[in-house]
Design a protein around this ligand. Sequence first.
Ligand SMILES: Cc1cc2nc3c(=O)[nH]c(=O)nc-3n(C[C@H](O)[C@H](O)[C@H](O)COP(=O)(O)OP(=O)(O)OC[C@H]3O[C@@H](n4cnc5c(N)ncnc54)[C@H](O)[C@@H]3O)c2cc1C
Length: 1007
Amino acid sequence: MRSLQSDIEERGGHIFELVDRNPERVFSKAGFYQRLMALSMHDERFKTQLFRFVAVLPSLRGSSEIIQHLQEYFTGNDDAFSPLVGMGIRAARVVPWISAPLLRWNVSEMARQFIAGRNSQEIIGTLRKRRAQKIGFTVDVLGEAVVSESEADGYAAIYGDLLEKLTRETKRWTDPLAKNADLFPVVNLSVKISALYSQISPAAPDDAIAHLSTKLRPLLRRALELRAFINVDMESYALKNTTLALFKSLLTEAEFKDWPHAGIVIQAYLRDSERDLRDLIEWGRGRGTRFAVRLVKGAYWDYETTKSGQNGSNPPVFLQKPESDANFENLTRLLFENNSVVTPAFGSHNVRSIAHAQAVADELDIDRSRFEFQLLYGMGGPIKRALVEMGYRVREYCPMGELLPGMAYLVRRLLENTSNEGFLRAKFAENVPAKELLRDPKDLIQPAADSSGISESIRKNDASLNPTVGHSFRNAPLVSFIYKDNHDKMESALREVRKRLGEKYPLYIGGEKIWSDNLTPSVNPAEPTEIVGYGTEAGVDEAERAVKAARAAFEKWRWTPVEERAQLLARMADILERRRYELSAVEVFEVGKPWSEADGDIREAIDFCRFYAQQMRRLGRPKLTQQVPGEESYHHYWPRGVALVIAPWNFPIAILCGMASAGVVTGNAVIMKPSEQSIVCGAMLMQVFEEAGVPPGVVNFLSGHGSVIGAHLVDHKDVDLIAFTGSREVGLKIWQSAGITRPGQRELKRVICEMGGKNAMIVDADADLDETITNSIYSAFGFQGQKCSALSRLILLEENYDRVMERLIPAAASLRVGNPEQPGIMVGPVIDEPAYRRILEYIEIGKKEATLAYQAKELPPHGYFVPPTIFTDVKPNMRIAREEIFGPVLSVLKVRDLDEAIDVANGTDYALTGGFFSRSPDNIERVKARLEAGNLYINRSCTGAIVGRHPFGGFKMSGSGTKAGGEDYLLHFLVPRVVTENTSRHGFAPERSPEYRDEFLWQKPRR
Ligand SMILES: Cc1cc2nc3c(=O)[nH]c(=O)nc-3n(C[C@H](O)[C@H](O)[C@H](O)COP(=O)(O)OP(=O)(O)OC[C@H]3O[C@@H](n4cnc5c(N)ncnc54)[C@H](O)[C@@H]3O)c2cc1C
């Protein structure tokens, strides 16, 4: 009997023979697109610039804009294209294909290779041609980034319309194989869920399924009536579980239960894919009706690995190409083995994968009319022809739409065609021999170098570029609520924490718990009648005791070896990890944080502990200043003394933990004062310190009124350092008061002062609007705008003002506002009644000063919910454009050009965060150089700083210029010293001094 491999080789060889008779146009050497692709394959930098240029081109309007971008993207590069561009720009008429309109035309033509038509009429023209070639179709509507429900409704309508038109047009079309035609309706639509609902949150699959079902049901119903087929495409991993659950839930409904003409996609590059496919098959058997599966490798490999790399998490995809290929083959067999309930389609251009499917079908005696091969429009033309000739069923995936919404799709195709790993490039551009291309992928899999499966390049997110050997730092990954397990853990944590609501929490002074009847309640802002817990209220007496306890503890703690202090923080990080869900749940109740925001806060606390531990290990070793004979000078640090930490409620665990852990690891003794609105979170952090084994008095916990204990401690002669994060009003008072030297005071007080912002985001004329809208909405309204980094001024160039506003308002109107206990809520309540009243007052001021462009209407009946609000016609001198509001209120300012935009952005007292959306490299450089912001973000949201990666803090009235989570942060908690010793004796001196030496400890630790 012939082996499967030799069967595959024979079939593959035959396909190649047929393919070689018709060369692939896409990879020929003639034409604009072909030349660019050839260059891209040989020059990575050129490829990046080219794809970026292609992505921006459709949104450029005039010729001058096009030529300017061309110049910015390509001149000055050391690549084969630059001289051409230079020439082209100088003499656009002499080199006609480079002039702006022709360039646009050429790029449109390039896109046209992959987009089957701009509208239904054009598409139908294409489908007719394919019919003549015996190739079937599935039509997809381009556009994946809907930002509002009105856009999503628009897409649903296009699909509905398309279904009708295609049915009418193809009434007399018959099945090309004239066999088993009942399995393969002529009309076939491919639908993406991201186009149908703008508020999909992986944390809230039920909400997404409810909304998507409403949109999809009418389409399925109509397809059933018209005997058409609907396929649900698969997109990024974040949407996978929701897509699967939606498919199963809809098709189990009574009206669709017996309908066999629906399909879904399985992506073989996913590690989960076999489990998902088995699960689908089991579901299908239970349902009792056939359904279809399109097996593909997957189109989002670069996206998934980049995203996971940023989060430091394990990518959901295989990291070796042959693993995806081998898994594709494994799942091919599984599909055929279950042919009684699944109709398989194989979406691949890889002749090995195709030949393997053919061989397995024959082995299992499955007729070739019972499955199909699907290939993309514009790709693998000769392969399609070969398959038709061999008598297989072939369907082409035909995207329909304009270039602008189709850009993400086009870039994926360009990447696919130029990928080093891709089959098409290997076969058609590099002429790799057939034998090589037909090898068994299992033989090509390399043994895993790293058991976790995360490649080094992906996980390289060390905070320091030069970390001390063995002391590297990695950010903790965010919890992904895509996984049901994590979702369930969060729900169970919320239930558990709810049971403890109303508990009392003590003060901690000198290692003792102090209780009193003087209690401060902390309420749930979403349900103000609900008391989350009671904090024991400290007065001046307790503050005095805390200072004494801290002073006494300091005298010992300061001499504790750095490593011991660092290990305390490492233990804290572990405890925070263990209690992660519980602490997130407390934040949901106490400060109204949505799930993922609460998780982000705990992640940041964990990162602070690990990062500061690493940094202190680095700083803790006395370092030689210069190598000179006969003398050595070591630079090193001492702690300052007693550190008072005053934290806000908006990052109730992270900021408190960051400031306190920095104080502790540097050898200071700390008094922590949490905000009055987040006492329970503060008490939780104290528990974590205690469990980690902090010595008595090194950390003291005082909850109480800022005006009483805060003020007393700030003025105290025995407090050496104040680390404050909060409002400008309080911050400036502290700054001033700390400047007064009191009798008996030993040190000049050091103040670390982080205050507010009036953060601006500028949108350039060529900005990617899908990203601009999504990120500005998130930056302005995420956690109700209560982040000091939140966006409060959106600055639009008049040129694109209308285009932005037309999408911004519906996007704001689509936001989910509600109790953040529910997953997937983006806007919850503001922190308390005074904040609620203050923000509403600002809204009234805004109504008088500017134009109310949008205000949400439907809000939960109780709780401190402020409607997301947008003002337009805002001028830079208005109060709503200058004063920090700290709530879900966005001011939109219109400006003439980028210079004015920068002036307006810089024209406030603050300099905390800033943002810029642009695709002009020159403009990006200008903004990088000039925008006054401690943290400037380009082409992304302006919130969500990550420890080590985005050291956070501002200047001007935003702060004293310190950077939490940065390499120099700990220095503020330390006093630098230099110890110099003459090491020569009678002219004799050691040859060299070591670069580092042990700490100068009063008492050497016993070994
Ligand atoms: C008709 C059709 C419909 C499709 N629908 C979808 C869909 O709904 N959702 C979707 O996600 N994809 C879909 N795809 C798949 C996708 O668009 C690509 O065309 C496909 O992944 C390319 O695989 P290939 O077998 O043709 O080529 P090959 O060159 O054999 O494989 C390339 C693929 O291998 C994988 N890969 C690349 N590098 C690595 C690596 N280092 N480690 C592991 N794996 C790697 C990637 O998936 C890459 O796309 C569809 C494809 C077709 C033909």
